[in-house]
Design a protein around this ligand. Structure first.
Ligand code: FES
Length: 232
């Protein structure tokens, strides 16, 4: 099939303003968007800048806007998006070059919500055991690959409002509902403020954008409930 990729370019070393450039080439319907981007980079314009690593939907490095929807280029087939494809960097993230965005502030949010297991109790003789039911409580959010597709789809995040974003809440959820964890009071400082979960307006963009199918909006709702639950 003949395809046309229109890519939002930003090459600050040669031009101040962003612009769109179209590349036309032949591809198979079963090729992925990433195959097309690689073709452009390797055969048409080596200056095209993008991130990709695993190429199998695991590392989360190639999240981008594809025909207006966030997704992973390595998991999106051309037959599903058509012959005319518009590709842009994730919204709400500072663009460094072409499709490469600055993810440092994004990963800083994970530190804020302490997205790791907190348990200062005595060391057990063996590993901290957990039942399958207890593990299932956070099973959905444990699938997160930290690609940023959910955060980049969130209108509350776009204006640079300071909202920590859906991905950080998903990461917090992963540990808040882990039976071995005791860190929820520490996490509340980042989650319960104006820039925490309450900035979420339940738009559901995040759930639609997640390439691994996490029920992101539901997880955010569960975190909101946990922060307000008085046990009665
Ligand atoms: S390149 Fe790793 S998720 Fe796509």
């Amino acid at each position: 099939m003949d395809v046309a990729f229109t890519i939002r370019r930003y090459q600050p070393e040669v031009r101040e303003d962003p612009y769109y450039e179209t590349f036309k080439f032949e591809a198979e319907p079963t090729d992925r968007v990433l195959d097309g981007l690689n073709h452009i980079k390797w055969h048409m314009d080596g200056t095209l800048a993008l991130r990709r690593s695993c190429q199998h939907g695991i590392c989360g490095s190639d999240a981008m806007r594809i025909n207006g929807k966030n997704g992973l280029a390595c998991k999106t087939l051309l037959q599903d998006v058509g012959a005319e494809v518009t590709i842009e960097p994730l919204m709400g993230f500072p663009v460094l070059k072409d499709l490469i965005v600055d993810v440092d502030p994004f990963f800083e949010q994970f530190k804020k919500v302490k997205a790791y297991l907190i348990n200062d109790g005595p060391e057990p003789d063996r590993e901290r055991l957990q039942s399958p039911e207890e593990a299932a409580r956070y099973g959905d959010t444990s699938k997160c690959i930290m690609c940023g597709a959910c955060t980049g789809s969130c209108p509350s995040f776009w204006p640079g409002s300071g909202f920590i974003g859906p991905a950080a809440v998903v990461q917090a959820h992963r540990f808040m509902f882990d039976s071995r964890d005791e860190g929820n009071e520490e996490r509340a400082a980042a989650l319960d403020g104006r820039d925490g979960v309450w900035a979420c307006r339940t738009v559901f963009n995040c759930t639609k954008a997640c390439p691994v199918g996490i029920q992101v909006t539901r997880a955010i709702g569960e975190v909101k409930r946990a922060l307000t639950w008085d046990g009665s």
